[in-house]
Design a protein around this ligand. Structure first.
Ligand code: GDP
Ligand code: MG
Length: 163
């Protein structure tokens, strides 16, 4: 069985874009399919010779973005039970939000290792958010651009010791 890596983060940080990038083909946007199960998507990911199962989470998009809703938390905790590693994605352009801080607080208490991923880091607009993200206490952020495919070598190096 392939190791399982779960992508976690608040809405709109680029989780599904990263999922699509790692799976390597365009998967229909979950947001365009009302009524289908939107909580989790599984794909087989390939990254520079690493093969793993990648899990995209999206169960809380409709909830109040100001606090971590119980439904999201329960769903993500269930996903974490089978995960070998979590990628916690933040939006380097938007900077940290209270929800990012709340998610990172309970990820720090999880037994699953977490890699902090600062997405949308192409160009210079992400520099502030990247620096800010050190304050989350989740180690050094890995700057990437899921949309432009940048930082995939650094992501590989961050994943390698865990898989
Ligand atoms: P999710 O809600 O976390 O799954 O986020 P999505 O993958 O749906 O992306 C949300 C928005 O961010 C979309 O408009 C994406 O095109 C955009 N986005 C994703 N990755 C990047 C990136 O690396 N750079 C920039 N500038 N935008 C991105
Ligand atoms: Mg999504």
């Amino acid at each position: 069985m392939l190791p399982q890596v779960i992508i976690i983060g608040r809405p709109n940080v680029g989780k599904s874009t990263l999922f699509n990038r790692l799976v390597g083909k365009k998967v229909a946007l979950v947001d365009d399919q009302p009524g289908v199960t939107r909580d989790r998507r599984f794909g087989e990911a390939h990254l520079l010779g690493l093969d793993f199962t990648i899990v995209d989470t999206a169960g809380w998009e409709d909830d109040d973005a100001q606090s971590l809703p119980g439904r999201m938390r329960a769903q993500t905790e269930a996903s974490l039970e089978t995960a070998d590693l979590a990628l916690f994605v933040i939006d380097a352009r938007a900077g940290l939000t209270p929800l990012d801080e709340e998610i990172s607080r309970w990820l720090r208490g999880s037994p699953v290792p977490v890699i902090l991923v600062a997405n949308k880091a192409e160009g210079r607009a992400g520099e502030g958010g990247l620096l800010e993200s050190y304050s989350l206490g989740l180690g050094d952020p890995v700057p990437i651009s899921a949309e432009h495919g940048e930082g995939m070598g650094d992501l590989f190096e961050a994943l390698l010791p865990h898989l």
